[in-house]
Design a protein around this ligand. Structure first.
Ligand code: ATP
Length: 308
């Protein structure tokens, strides 16, 4: 009987281990939806200790399928602490830029991606990913407590740090309103959070991680305008470099630099003010016009003057 019990216990342990690994794997695959085929270099380069998170794309070309180029000779530099926004039509390659920076793919077609002057191919993946925080479009939460989900950003954090991150992410009060507070189970088998709540949990997790570089892919698309403004001030600090993909153009008017990506190429770059000057030929200007028309109807056009 004892042997049977031990056997059952071992199977139980293995099952829990598998389940945990499954959740981890599920997270990797679901969050990033990409296969992981990248190898570490035999002797990885050390991270620049004083590096502030400068990001450089140096003439990068990339294709998922060699017959169809996605990025073509893309070059840009984001200074440490700057916010760079990527805008452009659907399918133009914006998310691909973030995937290359996180090194889900290498760009064998040409060019280099550098962080603080180091080609990211020379870094160990755990070092690279340790200094980058990603808030994706669709956040997948672990079937665990909210606290666990936030703590995942930096497991050694204290409760006070978890609460502070949740407050900055505008989700603390909501969590406290649940009967079990931070111990509330979430995910597929727990409390179903709304899209905007999940986004804020993911933002809290990333703020707790406190990386040098944050990549935001439509990270606040499901929250309302007031919450979004508060999130922007928590996220966009000079203490780290931020690259953001936004469809709601109003969220990126304060970006230090806006890159307009079309067919994998950067067709315009500048600040909101400078790009809005290009009234006759500007892709960014046209995107604003279209967004105002869609959101506000023709009356929105009258508001054009105020955003320009
Ligand atoms: P959106 O604004 O709709 O999110 P995007 O500008 O971020 O679009 P990407 O996701 O970078 O665009 O995709 C660029 C192009 O690459 C698209 O044509 C897309 O179909 C293609 N693509 C993206 N991921 C893959 C993949 N894993 N395999 C093959 N093609 C892909």
């Amino acid at each position: 009987l004892t042997q049977l019990y031990r056997g059952a216990q071992t199977i139980g342990n293995q099952y829990r281990l598998c389940q945990k690994n499954f959740v981890d794997m599920e997270k990797m695959l679901d969050l990033f939806k990409e296969p992981i085929e990248i190898q570490d270099p035999p002797v990885p380069a050390a991270l620049a200790p004083q590096g502030g998170g400068e990001v450089v794309f140096d003439n990068v070309s990339f294709a998922y399928d060699p017959r169809r180029p996605v990025l073509q000779n893309l070059s840009f530099r984001v200074e440490p602490g700057e916010t760079c926004a990527l805008v452009g039509p659907s399918g133009s390659g914006k998310s691909t830029v973030l995937r290359l920076l996180f090194r889900f793919y290498d760009a064998p077609e040409g060019g280099r991606v550098l962080i603080d002057g180091e080609d990211i191919k020379n870094l160990a993946q755990k070092d690279l990913r340790g200094m980058i925080g990603v808030v994706p479009q669709d956040t997948v939460l672990f079937n665990e407590t909210i606290k666990y989900n936030i703590l995942y950003g930096r497991p050694t954090s204290t409760d006070a740090e978890v609460f502070a991150a949740a407050e900055a992410a505008q989700i603390h009060d909501r969590i406290m309103s649940f009967p079990d507070g931070y111990e509330t189970k979430v995910g597929e088998r727990g409390l179903r959070l709304s899209g905007g709540e999940k986004q804020r949990v993911a933002i809290a997790r990333t703020l707790l991680k406190n990386p040098k570089i944050i990549l935001l892919d439509e990270a606040t698309s499901a929250v309302d305008n007031a919450v979004e403004a508060a999130l922007q001030s928590a996220l966009l600090t000079k203490a780290r470099t931020t690259i953001v993909i936004a469809h709601r153009l109003s969220t990126i008017v304060n970006a230090d630099q806006i890159l307009v990506i079309k067919d994998g190429q950067c067709v315009e770059r500048g600040t909101h003010e400078s790009l809005m000057q290009m009234r006759d030929s500007g892709v960014y200007f046209d995107m604003w016009m279209k967004q105002l028309k869609d959101e506000l109807g023709l009356g929105g056009l009258a508001k054009m003057e105020s955003v320009g």
